[in-house]
Write a protein that binds this ligand. Structure first.
Ligand SMILES: [Zn+2]
Length: 198
């Protein structure tokens, strides 16, 4: 079970992974810069003109591997089918073992509200965070996460209100949800109270 803040973080990391993956693969190209490490020559067959430091980082078995994306996507899909939760059920991908990283990321993002409530949610979040961090370190142009803007919550008065992708606002503290119209009403009311009395 993930907290709303941890779920939001995981959703952001999943959303950033396709771009990070692209940057990481682009970093395989030898740059010619001294800091880019060795470039393969006759030592590997066939010789690949690529940055070996980056290649090792992308394929090292000890590091968080890109393969975890598909294994987690399959775990969540199997769990969802077993849980017989038909409300958001989608047809399972026919080909297992050959799911593209982008497909796995889409599956994980789509089923995140379900997966965040399961017992393995913490492990999922930890491994995705490690992969996100690792690939971002490998990429020559690491991306910086935009910090979500948080506003004051009308219910608990803490600055913990975040805008969701569906336009609603959700408090990370008291978990109150506001649809766009209700939130606008609250803002108007707060502004009216701030206005000096005539
Ligand atoms: Zn609140």
């Amino acid at each position: 079970m993930l907290t709303p803040a941890a779920t939001t973080r995981l959703r952001r990391q999943l959303g950033e992974l396709p771009e990070i993956l692209a940057h990481a693969y682009l970093a395989l190209l030898p740059s010619g810069a001294a800091r880019s490490g060795h470039v393969s020559g006759a030592t590997r067959t066939p010789p690949l003109p690529c940055n070996l430091t980056t290649l090792d980082a992308l394929t090292d078995r000890d590091e968080p591997s890109i393969d975890i994306l598909e294994s987690w996507a399959c775990t969540v899909l199997d769990d969802r089918a077993r849980a017989n939760d038909w409300t958001a059920w989608v047809q399972l991908p026919a080909i297992r073992g050959e799911m593209a990283a982008s497909t796995s990321i889409k599956v994980l993002s789509f089923h995140l509200p379900f997966a965040a409530r399961r017992t393995y949610a913490t492990d999922l979040a930890t491994e995705i965070a490690a992969l996100h961090h690792h690939l971002n370190a490998v990429a020559r142009y690491p991306i910086r996460s935009a910090r979500p803007v948080r506003t004051a919550c009308p219910a608990c008065h803490l600055r913990a209100l975040c805008e969701r992708t569906d336009g609603w606002r959700e408090c990370l503290n008291c978990r109150t949800e506001y649809d766009p119209a209700t939130y606008t009403d609250h803002v108007r009311q707060a502004l009216a109270e701030l206005r000096p009395a005539a």
